[in-house]
Design a protein around this ligand. Structure first.
Ligand code: PLP
Length: 769
């Protein structure tokens, strides 16, 4: 295990994720340390040590009152905003219950872009307290501004209304006086909570002059440590303690107070309140920072779209999307370049969007590729300068990867050679490139990745031999034609069939004696093998080296089987033109013409396994094994396959093709702090950085002392498996990536493909330096 002091910020780290949490100001850290070491008393103790502690507690409370403008009402220290939100919501709902709920269906209203802590807490306590209300989102317009007409029409039936002062994803702030007027004209008594977490230190809040009933705040969003928060409660507003016990905080919130956190908060608020101190920047300075960042981003990403109206947003938050780049692309690049930002959508294999941008009615691509960049009110000019410089540098790497176009650069030096797999929402697009011949072919393109292909082709000046589909469902849009239109000047043949197959193909002979059509891609050929079953028109594309118009088994490197043969599964055969007899024959036919270990590249990858082979399928896929070893006749195959199809969910798009679970292979783990020593002891071991090339290039100084390091992006792992067939047992491969997820997947894939000495580094580069 790494020791605590080994875990440090990376050198040159640029932190632009202040809306998630801020760094702790040195003054705040010192205050916390001082309190822990010297003022360790319990504020409830009546001796002098306790009295000193109490003094810190009460002076901080006084300062909170001053900074948020709360001369009246209660100020309670909490563990953070989530606790404040619980307390406010429980208080309001409990009061409604005690007073008797007059509405038949009371409304619990919240802004549609509210932090998840709000709707989830409303739902939870609505159910726990048996309120029986409807938890309803107040819509927002395209700028994220709450719909006041909706509030006007629904306030009368509401028992609580939850809104926010400023949004954490976009920085959009609400017109609180207008909201107050709208709410109070309709309902004097409704309890109103305003989440002020992102507003503190950035917007003036004269809270006691408003009719806001509850306002939660959080210390770690404003340079204090995690674990300290504040809840303001208006004088006379109902209150139910969320935490009962020893009666601290006048019985409003039991539990010994977090005095170091409270002292740290005091240090922060004292700076904020001191006009002679320049730690916190004025509004104009923050606006100038934002402009500088906007200018830089617009220069490097000509296709950038800002997802919010800057005129109604905090100066410290920018939320943007770049057409053609997923949030994962940018996040991974920036993280490698040591720039920390965050994405609206979770970076998992399932593509998700940002619910905030969805609520604002932004286009799907904007929501799926959103990046949030947030600095803080204490950010310094030099940090913004450094950030702009680092962004410019990082984006150069994207140009080399052809993820964004550049007119001036010759990127051929960076061009890939061989097979790449691009995954979007568990669907695989395969792109084979012959670098020397500058030719490529695209197989089973996912519409979302079409622009990526277009950019690659233009950027590298490739000739596109064909854009192929392995099959086609009648209800699906035909992609091939649309893609060809995008790249007409780069496409070779003139006429194609519905799967994109060029009509000027020649013929090659396969091992089973069949002659099939084939086209050339650089020094290789792609032959087309009929593979009906999943659909009538299903085919496999076999890529290999032909000699004397023959494509021998041992010369086939990849078989692209679409949905027919999948990793641990077979394409479903309960669809429109599916035929189980055909599938049975197709499996046999494929096995006659490719080797047991030829890499099979399907058009789905549900478990990040990349590819499979006949040998691997025979181990885990009983139906394939049964067909090939002769145990299953057509009739039994059909009945077993029908049973399997019945277990698959209704044929929605994602699960359309079915898969089964596979057990994963065990691989060796190499702790980050043992890596250097391991590499020294094993000079022939290869450290395989499986990040994408632009990440590899983004911070050129990154290295692991004295190691033989190669960059094999995860998208080229199948290519690597193919090329390294002969090193499977001789070399040791240690996979590494940003956080350990991709290296885990890569190492498992190598192991599954028969590589013997395979390790991965959990925690990856994040724990390395
Ligand atoms: N509300 C908003 C707007 C936030 O941004 C956050 C944190 O991200 C919270 C509430 C929850 O705050 P805490 O982490 O203090 O519980």
């Amino acid at each position: 295990m790494l020791s605590l002091t080994d875990i440090q910020p990376q050198k040159d780290e640029i932190y632009l994720d202040n809306n998630a949490t801020t760094p702790v100001l040195p003054q705040a850290a010192q205050a916390a340390m001082h309190t822990m070491q010297l003022c360790y008393g319990n504020p409830s103790s009546s001796h002098i040590t306790g009295i000193k502690a109490k003094y810190i507690l009460e002076t901080t409370r006084g300062l909170v009152r001053k900074v948020i403008g709360a001369s009246t009402g209660e100020i309670t220290f909490t563990s953070g905003a989530t606790e404040g939100i619980q307390t406010a919501i429980i208080s309001a709902l409990q009061a409604a219950k005690e007073q008797g709920i007059s509405q038949e269906k009371p409304l619990l209203l919240y802004g549609a872009t509210e932090h998840k802590a709000v709707p989830e807490t409303l739902k939870h306590w609505n159910s726990m307290l048996d309120i029986g209300g409807d938890v309803v989102a107040i819509p927002v317009d395209e700028n994220g501004i709450l719909d006041v007409d909706f509030i006007k029409h629904n306030s009368a039936d509401a028992i609580i209304i939850c809104t926010m002062a400023a949004n954490n994803e976009t920085g959009v702030f609400q017109d609180l006086p207008l909201l107050e007027k709208t709410i109070r004209e309709q309902n004097e008594a409704v309890l109103w909570m305003v989440d002020c977490v992102q507003a503190l230190g950035k917007i003036d809040l004269n809270i006691a002059e408003t009719t806001i009933d509850y306002a939660p705040f959080s210390g770690h969003k404003l340079y204090a440590p995690k674990g300290i928060g504040v809840l303001y409660v208006r004088e006379g507003a109902p209150y139910t303690p969320f935490i009962a016990g020893g009666g601290q905080e006048s019985g409003l919130r039991s539990g010994t107070e977090n005095l170091p956190g409270i002292a740290a908060l005091q240090a922060v608020l004292a700076l904020l309140d001191d006009p002679s101190d320049d730690t916190f920047k004025d509004h104009d300075t923050l606006l100038a920072y934002r402009k500088q960042l906007v200018d830089t981003l617009t220069e490097v990403f000509p296709d950038i779209v800002f997802n919010h109206d800057l005129s109604c947003s905090l100066p410290t938050t920018l939320n943007f999307s770049v057409r053609g780049l997923s949030s994962k692309d940018i996040m991974d690049l920036f993280d490698a370049a040591r720039i920390r930002v965050s994405s609206g959508s979770a970076c998992s294999s399932k593509v998700t969007g940002s619910f905030v941008l969805d609520a604002m009615g932004k286009e799907r691509w904007q929501s799926e590729s959103a990046i949030r960049l947030s600095f803080g009110p204490a950010t310094k000019q030099c940090e913004i300068d450094q950030a702009c410089k680092a962004i410019k540098q990082a984006v150069e790497a994207l140009k080399h990867s052809c993820l964004i176009l550049s007119d001036t650069d010759d990127n051929s030096e960076f061009a890939v050679d061989g097979l790449q797999q691009w995954v979007y929402d568990q669907q695989c697009t395969w792109c084979y490139v012959d670098k020397a011949a500058k030719e490529c072919v695209l197989i089973d393109a996912t519409p979302e990745l079409v622009n990526k292909f277009e950019r690659l082709v233009r950027c590298q000046g490739y000739q596109v031999v064909a854009v192929l589909e392995s099959h086609h469902h009648s209800q699906q849009v035909l992609n091939t034609e649309m893609i060809r239109e995008l790249i007409t000047e780069h496409i070779q043949a003139a006429e194609f069939d519905e799967l994109g197959w060029p009509l000027n193909a020649t013929q090659v002979k396969l091992a089973n004696g069949d002659s099939v059509p084939a086209i050339k891609v650089g020094s290789k050929v792609i032959a087309r093998l009929p593979l009906a079953g999943h659909t009538k028109n299903s085919v496999a594309y076999l890529l290999g080296t032909a000699s004397n118009e023959r494509l021998a088994i041992e010369n086939i490197e990849y078989a692209f089987t679409g949905d027919t043969i999948q990793i641990g599964g077979l394409g479903r055969t309960d669809g429109e033109t599916a035929d189980c007899d055909d599938l049975y024959q197709s499996i046999k036919r494929l096995a006659q013409v490719i080797a047991e270990d030829t890499l099979i590249c399907p058009s789905h990858d549900y478990q990040t396994l990349f590819s499979t082979s006949i040998a691997m399928e025979c181990k885990t896929n009983a139906l394939v094994a049964g067909v090939l070893d002769g145990e299953l006749d057509v009739a039994s195959f059909k009945s077993q396959k029908a049973d399997l199809d019945k277990q698959l969910p209704e044929s929605d798009y994602h699960n359309f093709c079915g898969s089964v679970n596979l057990s994963q292979n065990n691989i060796g783990h190499l702790a980050a702090n043992q890596l250097a020593e391991f590499m020294e002891k094993h000079p022939n071991a290869t450290l395989v950085d499986v990040r994408e090339p632009h990440e590899f290039e983004a911070y050129p100084d990154a290295y692991v002392a004295g190691t033989k390091m190669v960059n094999i992006p995860l998208s080229q792992i199948t290519n690597f498996v193919n090329l390294q067939r002969d090193s499977k047992s001789v070399e040791a491969f240690i996979c590494i990536c940003r956080s350990g997820n991709r290296s885990d997947a890569a190492a498992k894939t190598l192991k599954r493909n028969g590589f013997v000495n395979v390790y991965h580094v959990p925690g990856g580069f994040a724990l390395l330096d």
